[in-house]
Write a protein that binds this ligand. Structure first.
Ligand code: GAP
Length: 514
């Protein structure tokens, strides 16, 4: 774990050093859980968004996109349940004056109990060596069994307190478990209170009656309230989907793990409208399609798993998360939910408007059911970054940091380098850049030794480096170096376009999904 934490720290500083992610407002000491994307970060982010957008809108002829406003009528958030129930339980420590999410304090405590169990197992494994039967040990060792029983009992009590919104018991759990503030080390806790995660502001001047509006905490509601506009103007028939990419805002109490939990972030959401009764088949289908989308990237060392929800929100009849193994454990990157007709029915009720769909085949009107796929752009970015990062020891004692980014997502596709800054090589290199730049993001690099230039491109994940030397002027060939294998081949300048295109085009990625 300590090793993974160390690696994660390195990834965060690499992201800053190479222009991927900067802390927001850094010269003013930053703003909690808000980040800016730098020159390479924005390209990587845009490529992730393009991959998602094209996979939805190009590959499915029944999915279209929209771009709804961030500000929406406040009643929308009443109807969706966000005004009343989009809360986290918070607790303050009176000594450190630090604020925590009560549920996170308890979850961390449960994680520590799990660590104790794993430590017992690891100790025994070391002691018994080859002959160790881990399954038997887990089932029979008294210390492990005692820890497990304690953990399960706590888990059950915690789940009940969360489900019943029992804030008193959440506090009592913290007291009973003797959980201390990580800063002050004391148990001097306030009561647990509910804290709404929506940011609000005023629209209009106070003189003419300002209205409280919210910064949207999800993009989905912009799709729900527009579904009939899209259906009618696009003459869509069920099943059909609406995709949207946009900013969302949540006043997270505890913001942790870099861009994993942010206060301003971006979502890529798709609502798929289906006939009532058909939703569970579509849910299974989208669950499969979405994992395929992730896996098509072929991320280096990537690990995924589904986490099916056992306890469902009152409006859902199936839900799963796609979790990705980050350096700090398996974490949710995407949620797939069968949301029944809850949201549309609520909007019908609160707006007083008929927003039913008329089904010409059945000759009847009804409220469609909805399958939602919802993925955080920033979490996707983080999973791509973490799984791509590698420190490599090379032959001859040299080393490099390389980002094995999937080539279609790489911020820069190729870098063109004159071997020396004379003899007409820079001019030739510029000529090649001027040809390639219309199709690929291309860098021109002439500073430092070729080795250093390669390292800089490896560090930002550039799939190809092209070196122009004296032979280029004679026979029109260049050295093409591939990032991962570091293999160098001699190719004709005239073939560069085709070779690069095959590797970096989004089309090749999309074809894997078709
Ligand atoms: N419309 C459904 C919805 O918003 P969610 O599980 O709350 O569901 C969906 O969010 C996705 O948005 C998550 O899987 C995650 O990738 C991303 N997300 C949520 N909160 C986030 C935060 N504070 N920072 C970064 N990404 C976040």
């Amino acid at each position: 774990m300590a090793q993974q934490e160390e690696t994660f720290k390195k990834i965060v500083s690499h992201a800053k050093e190479y222009g991927f992610v900067f802390p927001s407002s850094e010269i003013y000491d930053g703003l909690g859980a808000v980040y800016d994307y730098g020159q390479n970060g924005v390209e990587l982010k845009n490529n992730i968004k393009r991959y998602w957008w094209d996979s939805m809108t190009l590959l499915h002829d029944n999915i279209v996109g929209i771009d709804s406003a961030i500000f929406m009528h406040p009643t929308i958030w009443k109807a969706s349940g966000h005004v009343d129930a989009f809360n986290d339980p918070l607790i303050d420590n009176r000594d450190s004056k630090k604020r925590y999410r009560a549920d996170v304090l308890i979850e961390d405590h449960i994680a520590k109990m799990e660590e104790k169990i794993e430590k017992e197992v690891a100790k025994a494994k070391k002691r018994f060596g080859e002959t160790f039967d881990e399954a038997l040990f887990r089932e029979t060792n008294p210390r492990v069994l005692e820890q497990k029983a304690k953990r399960d009992a706590l888990h059950e009590r915690f789940a009940a307190a969360m489900n019943n919104n029992d804030l008193e018991d959440l506090k009592q759990i913290i007291i009973d478990q003797e959980i201390v503030c990580p800063i002050s080390g004391t148990k001097n806790w306030t009561d647990v209170r509910q804290f709404n995660l929506m940011f609000s502001t005023e629209m209009g001047s106070t003189a003419d009656g300002a209205m409280t509006v919210y910064l949207r905490p999800e993009t989905a509601q912009g799709i729900f309230v527009n579904y009939l506009n899209v259906q009618k103007t696009g003459r869509m028939r069920l099943p059909f989907g609406i995709a949207q990419i946009g900013k969302a805002f949540r006043n997270e109490i505890v913001a942790r793990q870099f861009i994993f939990r942010m206060r301003e972030f971006e979502q890529m959401e798709m609502q798929f409208f289906v006939r009532p009764g058909e939703e569970l088949n579509w849910f299974a289908q989208w669950k499969e399609w979405r994992l395929k989308w992730h896996k098509a990237l072929g991320l280096h060392n990537a690990q995924y798993r589904y986490h099916d929800h056992e306890k469902l929100a009152h409006y859902a009849n199936a839900a799963t998360d796609i979790e990705f193994e980050m350096p700090f454990g398996f974490k949710e990157v995407e949620g797939i939910h069968s949301r029944t007709n809850f949201d549309l029915s609520q909007h019908e009720k609160f707006s007083g408007k008929n927003i039913k769909y008329f089904d010409p085949e059945l000759n009847e009107s009804y409220t469609p059911y909805v399958i939602e796929t919802s993925i955080g752009v920033d979490r996707m970015f983080l999973s791509v970054l973490c799984s791509s990062y590698e420190e490599q020891q090379l032959e001859g004692g040299d080393s490099r940091v390389v980002l094995h980014l999937p080539a279609p997502l790489a911020p820069v596709k190729c870098a063109v380098m004159p071997l020396v800054r004379k003899d007409g090589l820079p001019e030739k290199a510029r000529e090649i850049v001027n040809d390639l730049k219309f199709d690929f993001s291309t860098h021109y690099e002439e500073k430092d030794s070729i080795g250093k230039r390669y390292r800089r491109q490896d560090a930002i994940g550039t799939p190809y480096c092209i070196t122009v030397d004296h032979q280029t002027l004679e026979d029109g060939t260049v050295t093409l170096r591939e990032r991962d294998s570091m293999e160098q081949t001699r190719v004709a300048v005239a073939d560069l376009h085709k070779i690069i295109h095959e590797k970096v085009s989004l089309t090749s990625l999309l074809r894997k999904l078709a």
